[in-house]
Design a protein around this ligand. Sequence first.
Ligand code: UDP
Ligand code: MG
Length: 316
Amino acid sequence: MDISVVIPLYNEVESLPELTSWISKVMDEHKFKYEIVLVDDGSNDGSWEMIRKLSEGNQCIEGIKFRRNYGKSAALNVGFAAAIGNVVITMDADLQDSPDEIPELYRRITEEKYDLISGWKAKRHDPLSKTIPTKLFNSVTRKMSGIPNLHDFNCGLKAYRKAVVKNIEVYGEMHRYIPVLAKWAGFTKIGEQVVEHYPRKYGKTKFGLSRFINGFLDLLSIFFVGKFAKRPMHFFGTMGVLSFLTGFVSIIWILSEKLIHIAHGEKYRDATSDPLFYIALIAIVVGFQLFLTGFIAELVSRNAPERNHYQIEEKL
Ligand code: UDP
Ligand code: MG
């Protein structure tokens, strides 16, 4: 099998016939052996009945249906598990991505040996309220992820070498950060390709403005988890010790200042009327709590099932 096209969809019934016949047309023109994996993320508009109908007329169409709506990441994850092609292409079901891009994506994975090629909707057909925050989102993600060459992390149209999708786990709403997940799994040959982007033809978008808040929080957690999940104490411990020491040194300072004055028989202010006293107090308490957080996190990560999960590329 050359290509698996994985398509997560939620209430996209109108687009499905056009989408699948367009994909089949492109595949047949290029004589690819392919499958289309349609993952119905709990639609309630008849998408599943449509998928059933389409798959009867076409051997290459496979359907998976969730009992309820779990989100795009969950749908992708299940689609990835089912895919058997050497190259896996993901695309949205809403006809905003064009199947005509598939042959070039395939060529770059197979001939240029990329692990992942991410689409770049250089010219977008979306409202300004979406394109401006998206620019910001992408530039922050570029900086934090250390993948400086991607302009459009969240593009639905992407191509992967099979090993990539079999070795990453997309959960929560992490579909926005698949290139980051791939990089952390050791797949570093990540490229980009400018793709056409069309306005949504049927239905409406499934993600509101909350995507930007959630996306940003996810970025923080993915960054943190990627860096410190296996050694949380290094993060919390360092901060905790620094904070504790700052407080401790300040207390020593306050006390010795007072003692020196007393030794000289001078009257000196109460320790509690020194602003530094309160700062020191807080620093000690916070430092201690950070340290304890690190300790608990360490216990949690010790119990994580994937604590000894490594990417083994080859064995002889
Ligand atoms: N989608 C999904 N589950 C959801 C939400 C969306 O499978 O809970 C699918 C949706 O059907 C589409 C793709 O994810 O195929 C991208 O969604 P959408 O077009 O609404 O996002 P946008 O283009 O606005 O970023
Ligand atoms: Mg869309």
